[in-house]
Design a binder for this molecule. Sequence first.
Ligand code: 5RP
Length: 237
Amino acid sequence: MPDQDALKRAAADKALELVRDGMLVGLGSGSTARFFTEGVGRLVARGMKVRGVPTSRATAELAAANGIPIVTELLGPIDLSVDGADEVDPSLNLIKGRGGALFREKVIAAASRRFVVVVDASKAVPKLGVGVLPIEVLPFLWRSTAVRLASLGTSLTVRGGEEAPYITDNGNLILDLRIEGGISDAPALAQAIRGTIGVVEHGLFIGLTDTCIVAGPDGPEVLGKPSAGPIQQPRPS
Ligand code: 5RP
């Protein structure tokens, strides 16, 4: 049985087959996306012309360390973005943001012609909400935002605790909402959260995934919307 890191790497390696010369590529955050970014670095080292759009400061540093030219201002669509996820349901809706980078991850996913999610099989769930749902909020009024959000779940905590809260790349806080029994109506919950004053973004990614590569012991399985088409073979080098 391969270990979890080997599965994460297998999913990321499969996604690397989609990278083509000249592409603008969204680079995800977290331990699975890291394998993808390192792989893009290897392609660049072999001469492929690829530019990266990082989803977090940590990924920007990783990309720079791997020799990937970085785009700091987005002027058009991204050709392909590859990112991890915390949970994936059978409709390929996601929970993301347990690594704290959900705001830029969502912006980049939405700006991408093809958004590819790479996960090991432990992330596949029958229903979202097995773990917490991260919500990024403005520090300025976070307590009143928390009171409003608390009624949407069974418990709510500020990440890192009140004494030393976790601060996102955007200078905001993360509230982790737990919903015992899972999320029954993710679109309705997403709408309710978005309508709450002080919310910057939440970790529900609904209808954004084009392709999901799930790596299990039998190898990577490619799931996706029919419009995304099959994964193409790499061009001969
Ligand atoms: C960060 C994320 C990550 O993609 C998610 O947490 C998965 O990370 P990992 O691949 O390390 O399990 O959403 O905000």
